[in-house]
Write a protein that binds this ligand. Structure first.
Ligand code: LCS
Length: 406
């Protein structure tokens, strides 16, 4: 397909669908670890890079490559690297682009293990990180040090849905010679294309919206240019955290319906956010499509829709949150997000537990915060599920915490 086609929905269906030997409409799954050579000379020329061809699946595999081509086309990047998970994708970026003595600026509102990776493993190898509220580009500018080489932004951030201005941050970082890396998991390329705002590297947990069916763990990194891509490909070949052919096939299949799934995620989430905002048991709601979102205006500049994630705080605090998540039936109590089914969870005790209470508070993650990944079910069924559970929490009064509990 002509990847320059401007229609995103068409790209979702056709990207990476290259011709194959039997003209199969869907590319075959090359479930093989290795590829045979025609002769000693052929093998030697493949290793020497004189001829193109497949050698070993950790280095390249046609099924993985087809999926990588599809995601690179959706993001408008040069090429992509399929990784075993979102965390493997983040590690590939850090291990490729950072060295001992470098300083990183990272958003405070990011997925918990990203913070932990920077604070433990990257720190052990001599990389220092400042966690900054990137919703205000001035804070990013102020956090720069002479050795800052990379700015890592997750927007909207997990789980607070804080939105950072990618164009402003890219301008600041480039003026100081640093690269900008964006975790685009929460929006997907259907709603946000970071390369359009000057970003250098985009990554995803494909476990979420890209695959969309909660049956794969996978990640991807997309580079804007050949040099950055080559650097990261070398790292991935050496560290080995690649995605396998079968999971690549599933993600590629999931991507075909990305556009229509996202449309439904967005309309359902908007309806639910408005319902929650008007509910007496709810203290506040964060959703990029609500005018009450503190960075609503930034969102309008860089999103073509508001996404499927809704975060809210109940008036009854932690206890009310516990009552809610114990009493929903359709919404499954589970971590992860971006699948066709609605999932609900409590970040302080689950996805962001590893950060610790202090870092959570700095990132705006309250102990009673609830995160809802809105699925593509009939919206009235999700609302009726929430309505029933919210009736049970309405009587829970916010408890004054004793000093020992704080
Ligand atoms: N980036 C973001 C924004 C994420 O939400 C996650 C996972 C990752 C990276 C890591 O991806 P993984 O290695 O799991 O494929 N987020 C999860 C969450 O919020 N609940 O469970 C996993």
């Amino acid at each position: 397909m002509d990847n320059h086609s401007t229609n995103f929905a068409t790209k979702c269906v056709h990207s990476g669908m290259n011709e194959n030997e039997h003209h199969a409409v869907i590319p075959p799954i090359y479930q093989t670890s290795t590829f045979s050579f025609e002769s000693a000379k052929h093998g030697a020329s493949l290793f020497a890079g004189e001829q193109s061809g497949y050698i070993y699946t950790r280095m390249a595999n046609p099924t993985v490559q087809a999926m990588e081509e599809a995601v690179a086309a959706l993001e408008g990047g040069y090429k992509a690297l399929g990784c075993a998970s979102g965390m493997a994708a983040i590690h590939t970026v850090f291990a490729s682009l950072l060295k001992a003595g470098d300083h990183v600026i990272c958003s405070t509102a990011v997925y918990g293990p990203t913070v932990t990776l920077l604070q433990t493993i990257m720190k052990k190898f001599g990389v220092e990180t400042s966690f900054v509220d990137t919703t205000d580009a001035h804070f990013v500018s102020e956090a720069f040090k002479p050795n800052t080489t990379l700015v890592f932004v997750e927007t909207p951030g997990n789980p607070t849905l804080a939105i950072s201005d990618l164009q402003e941050i890219s301008k600041i970082a480039h003026a100081k010679g640093a690269l900008v890396v964006v975790d685009n998991t929460f929006m997907s390329p259907a709603l946000q294309k970071p390369f359009d705002f000057g970003v250098d590297v985009v990554l995803h947990s494909m476990t979420k919206f890209l695959n969309g069916h909660s049956d794969v763990v996978g990640g991807i990194v997309i580079a804007k240019d050949k040099d950055t891509y080559t650097k990261m490909r070398k790292t991935l070949n050496q560290t080995g955290g690649v995605i396998d052919p079968f999971n690549s096939f599933l993600v590629h299949r999931g991507i075909k319906t990305l556009q229509i799934r996202i449309e439904r995620h967005c309309t359902n989430a908007q309806t639910i956010a408005e319902f929650l905002e008007n509910h007496p048991a709810v203290k506040w709601v964060r959703y990029p499509g609500l005018k009450s979102h503190p960075q609503y205006e930034i969102g309008l500049k860089q999103h073509s829709g508001s996404g499927g994630m809704v975060t809210f705080e109940l008036k009854g605090g932690f206890e009310a949150g516990e009552t809610l998540i114990n009493n929903v039936k359709l919404c499954k109590l589970a971590v992860s997000l971006g699948g066709v089914e609605s999932l609900i969870q409590h970040p302080a005790s689950m996805t962001h537990f590893s950060m610790g209470k202090e870092a959570r508070a700095a990132g705006g993650i309250g102990e009673g915060l609830i995160r809802l990944s809105v699925g593509i079910e009939a919206v009235e069924d999700i609302i009726s599920d929430l309505e029933h559970a919210l009736e049970l929490v309405s009587h829970v009064e916010e408890k004054e915490l004793t000093p020992a509990e704080v």
